[in-house]
Design a protein around this ligand. Structure first.
Ligand code: ZN
Length: 194
């Protein structure tokens, strides 16, 4: 009886002893809906999210089926106004820069394609104001008017409004601009190789 109990205890701790480094980059729960439309297969960290993840769709023209054809893009390609980072549902999102949460009704209100609970953080850098749009979230921990500090927990990744699974849509617009004014948000996302 004692021996059996000992064996059961050993089996319980065995997984803790197996090295995990060989597959450290493999998502524990890859979303079966994810489809990657970029040749960049690196894994990245960012002050805006927990863990390490891959870019699913980059900024600009791309061949995914999710966007209407844009005259600015070759062939049938559409234009993506942000960067999509694939991450499991519930992944924590943090403020990568201090700023102020905008009212939903402020100029440039995100449309339904951004999900039920998108929000914008107005940041000021080098004297210029930009609005960072965080989309496809359901659970959001900040409210309009809140001043957020860098590193603060702001939301969790979800799939609200996203046919291609849970991910962070990260978009940057000049102060008060609509989606057509979005600029390449990469420098604000502060990606670094994992
Ligand atoms: Zn997107």
């Amino acid at each position: 009886m004692l021996l059996r109990r000992l064996i059961v205890s050993l089996l319980a701790v065995l997984p803790l002893l197996v090295p995990v480094a060989a597959h450290a980059h493999v998502e524990k729960h890859p979303d079966p809906r994810w489809q990657f439309y970029t040749s960049d297969h690196h894994w990245y960290r960012s002050p805006w999210f927990g863990g390490q993840h891959q870019i699913m769709i980059g900024f600009g023209c791309n061949g995914s089926p999710w966007y209407d054809h844009s005259p600015a893009c070759p062939g049938r390609q559409g234009f993506h106004h942000g960067i999509d980072v694939a991450m499991p549902c519930g992944t924590i999102l943090r403020a990568g820069h201090r700023g102020t949460v905008l009212a939903r009704s402020a100029p440039g209100t995100p449309g339904a394609a951004y999900g039920v609970n998108p929000f914008r953080i107005r940041i000021r850098t080098a004297g210029v104001r930009y609005d960072v749009l965080i989309a496809h979230t359901r659970t959001v921990y900040v409210k309009p008017g809140d001043h957020v500090r860098r590193g603060q927990l702001i939301a969790r990744a979800s799939d609200s409004g996203a046919p291609d699974g849970c991910h962070l849509h990260f978009e940057v617009r000049p102060h008060g601009g609509g989606y057509t004014t979005a600029i390449d948000p990469r420098r604000w996302l502060q990606l670094r190789l994992a």
